[in-house]
Write a protein that binds this ligand. Structure first.
Ligand code: NAI
Length: 384
């Protein structure tokens, strides 16, 4: 098999490593020579570390490295089976690249994008054979994260979908299928983790240390939302929220927060700039255990909003119930699938909790998904 990866930044380098580690020949293309050199050096370090840990031997390292060719052009890709682009997140630039790629590959080659926010259909539409186009959305760091979202464009043929799933699974990944909608599964369903926590903080119900504590110790998430936003970077996290808000035609649930906007304006982007919600220049993060009752309330409210978002994704058939839960547990390490969580909590409690928030605020943001209400009426559960 021959895979071409275009863009040798964070994602492209990771995807090239995965393909090469599973025996595929890889051509890794970037417009900048120095980016390719950096990518090659980084792979050398990663593989040496894997040897130290006893995960691979010298031979395997050499094999993986030998599988990758580094190029600043797209010469010699006419026999490629799969091209995955991971270049800058810009529709016109990606469309331009797709046209160029199509002129260089044979008619059986799959042309895929790793975009996190653009419509796959709008990329497919520029191809002469749009049925060969698909979204393959990896997560960062790609070699470590199990999940890949598989996103067919309106044009994509079933055969290309099955071939893509087979390739992704042969690379040891877990494929979930999702409709071509903004944020796909993970970036959509995860929004309330940040937005509802910011809202609770902005209302002064609980401080950020307390919310982080509640989400880790009551709801069992690996990181608190404020720590996680600092880790992701407020520029990136804010841009995703804003793009979701606009792509969903100003859906109130995705409304960006002024608190986060100000952090971006201040250049307090989180860990990478030494300061965000927390200060990273003077040692450990402060941890603050809130009153037990308050911690329960905070964790319950954020989890309710996450469940509601997951239920709405299922209601609009963006993905199957199982795939929505798998995406959140394998893609972003949630402690439990959200729809499983709804079953465990009991749908009556979920619907009642959301209705109480709506009664209190009278805001669209807190409307309960019709799916939850229908299921409660019919006495159903997600995994009965
Ligand atoms: P990056 O900025 O690290 O890398 C992009 C690379 O593409 C750069 O090295 C640049 O020189 C190269 N490039 C740009 N235009 C090119 C062209 N026409 N031909 C060849 N090379 C070109 O970006 P990153 O973070 O790797 O993201 C790439 C894509 O993956 C974006 O679409 C992004 O939305 C998506 N993505 C990013 C994730 C992340 O966590 N960083 C997660 C999942 C998807």
């Amino acid at each position: 098999m021959k895979t071409v990866v275009i863009g040798a930044g964070t994602m492209g380098s990771g995807i090239a490593q995965i393909a090469a580690s599973h025996g595929s020949g890889v051509v890794l293309v970037d417009q900048h020579e120095e980016v390719l050199k950096r990518s090659k050096d980084k792979l050398e370090k990663i593989l040496s570390r894997l040897i130290e840990k006893g995960r691979i031997d010298e031979n395997t390292k050499r094999e993986i490295q030998g599988n990758i060719e580094y190029q600043t052009n797209m010469d010699g890709i006419s026999d490629a089976d799969l091209v995955i682009e991971a270049i800058v997140e810009n529709l016109e630039i990606k469309q331009h690249l797709f046209r160029e790629v199509e002129s260089k590959v044979n008619e059986n080659c799959i042309i895929a994008s790793n975009t996190s926010s653009l419509s796959i259909t709008s990329l497919a539409a520029v191809l002469s054979s749009p049925e060969r186009c698909i979204g393959l959305h990896f997560f960062n760091p790609a070699p470590l994260m199990k999940l890949v979202e598989i996103i067919p464009a309106l044009h994509t043929s079933n055969d290309i979908v099955s071939q893509s799933i087979a390739i992704i699974e042969s690379w040891g990944k877990l494929a979930v299928s999702v409709k071509d909608t903004p944020g796909f599964i993970v970036n959509r369903v995860a929004r309330p983790f940040y937005s509802e926590s910011l809202r609770i903080y902005e209302e002064g119900i609980c401080d950020k240390e307390g919310i982080d504590w509640a989400m880790k110790h009551v709801a069992n998430f690996r990181m608190g939302p404020f720590e996680l936003m600092d880790f992701i970077g407020h520029d990136v996290n804010y841009a995703v929220t804003e793009s979701m808000y606009n792509s969903y035609h100003q859906e109130p649930r995705y409304k960006p927060s002024f608190t986060q906007q100000r952090l971006v304006e201040a250049g307090w982007l989180g860990r990478k700039s030494g300061k965000g919600f927390y200060n990273y220049t003077d040692g450990d993060l402060t941890s603050n255990k809130p009153d037990e009752q308050l911690a329960e309330t905070v964790a319950h409210r954020v989890v309710l909003m996450l469940i509601n978002e997951a239920a709405d994704a299922a209601y609009y058939r963006i993905a199957s119930i199982q795939d929505i839960d798998l995406a959140m547990t394998k893609g972003v390490n949630y402690p439990k699938g959200l729809l499983q969580w709804a079953d465990d909590m009991g749908l009556e409690k979920v619907v009642h909790g959301l209705d109480s928030l709506f009664d209190h605020y009278h805001e669209e943001r807190y409307r309960c998904s019709p799916l939850l209400r229908n299921m409660l009426k019919e006495g159903k559960s997600f995994y009965a």
